[in-house]
Each structure stands twice: as C-alpha cells, then as structure tokens.
Design a protein around this ligand. Sequence first.
Ligand SMILES: [Zn+2]
Length: 109
Amino acid sequence: MALRIMKTGLASFNGKRLVTPPKRAASIYQTPEYRAWREAVIARAGRQCEAVERGLRCTKAEPHHRMFADHRVELRDGGAEFDPSNGQCLCGAHHTAKTAKARADRRHG
Ligand SMILES: [Zn+2]
C-alpha cells in the first residue's frame, strides 16, 4: 500500500512536533481580481489556446479542453498580476510546456 499523506499539519511523530508545510504563496488565485482577470484573458482569446507553433495556432479550445490563463511574465519573475496584457490563454499541454520553460530560463539566467 502506498504511503498516506497526513492531513493534519501538526501531527506528532515520536513525540516531536512536525512543522506545518508552508502554505503556497499563490493565494492570489483565490481572489475575485484573479478570477476576473482569468475570465477576461480566456474570453479575449475566444476560449481557444493562443500558442502558435510553426505559424499555426493551437486548435484546442473550450469546452473540449480546459483552458488556463497564463501570466506571460510569471509572477515570481515580476509580472503584473491582473494586467490583461500580461495574460494569455493556453491549453494544458502548452501551459505545462511554458511553465517548464520559464523554470528552465530562471535556472539558467
Ligand atoms: Zn495549446
């Protein structure tokens, strides 16, 4: 059987108190401003992925594919949180690829 993840942050183990895992800094995702921004970005794109490869726009779109509102310049890189010009609508695959690239760029400067 697989390991079970403890749900309590303050479980004790051998009498020692475990530290609560840090909360994700990404609490903006719960704000109405974020939801409005996300909706604006996805609606502006016609609810279709905006990624372009070899001159062709990705054809994935709602409702068959989940769309993600992506920050072009990521927040941890100083991008504006709720500026529609810093947003683009991406499908899951393109969002994953973009996030991985941003991470790699950050690592390699
Ligand atoms: Zn796509």
